[in-house]
Ligand binder design. Sequence first.
Ligand SMILES: [Zn+2]
Length: 392
Amino acid sequence: MSVSTLRCILCKAELPPDNKPEHILLDALGGRATTKIATCPECNNNFGSGPDQELAKSVELVKNSCLFKSGSGSNPPTIKNFVSDGHRFDIRPGMSLGIKQKSPLSVAVTDNDVTVSISAYSDADAENFIRGAATAIAKKLGRPDPKVISAIEEDIAKDRKTTFQPAPIVKGEINLGSSAAMRAMAKACLVLWTRVVGNEELQLDQYDSIRAYINDGYGFDEVSFGADARPIPPSIPYRYSAYPNFIWVGSNGEGTVYGYFRLYGAVGWGFKLRQSDAPPNKTCLLISNPFENHIWDITSGDDGEIENNWFWHSHGQSPEDAQAAISHINRLLKQCEETNLNNFYINLMKHHFQKLGYEEGDLPSNDDIIEVTRKVAAAMAAQILRREIPTD
Ligand SMILES: [Zn+2]
């Protein structure tokens, strides 16, 4: 087949000779494998800002909490202006919360009195606000030189009170399997199948049903095999973690083609890609470890990592399935939360030693150790007792 006959598997437009590589498993889900023989730039763009984005967004809390990097190695994006537990905050990668203070700084200057009120959620913020207030006061006094500013800074800092507050509880919806996200998963299956059987096979009308579903959501009942949350097979090698993303495609003896997309090991969705008469008995598995996305593989699917029968085994959604999927995701989040909290305490301790002038590897004095330990213990108490704990 010559290059010029390659057509988009979604809209059948001719693929340009310099077609860009497309991720089979989304880059945002840690995918690294790509192909240039599946979709045209326009369909790729439309999906990138549509269903693919929706799929990525539906798991943003999981990605952020667990620091799951994209296939190209970037951190999960900060989730802006998240509202939970009576607070508004940005969630930075690793569930580090940037809490927004409603009125962090107010400065009132009268003829003979200056009142400064500052509240901040971090040392760095507090120092910035203090500097800002000192500069503003010095200007109002008509003496904006650095010496005056730093004297005012010291004066403000003298009355500084520090407390630790418990981090707000982050409660958000993880909506696995919205209709657009499912179309993105069906597309991923079809792209992987293209890699197995080639582009020409995908140009056949027999793929029009799955195309209509992927493009516009039409005919879901015809192409859906349902969702399931069976435990993932124990034969999956440990290196992919207990929460792998995997996509499997396969045809049986009659040439019925089936695709399956499993998200974080929790829930899988099945799609019928072609009714019958496709090249028979072909399979392919793409599997990836979300914690370490350089650990991934595409195998021919019959290497024993997952028995083909496991995929063909009939399944349907049941209440137990939904509960199993929720428990699975909760186990994952709990594990990541413990790691994040641990890192928080370690970084807090490092931060306070640095503030006392220590560098990595220095041995602090006993007094300083006690001082810093007191601060970290206060932070822990705030978290456990869920109340504000003074540290001064
Ligand atoms: Zn297209």
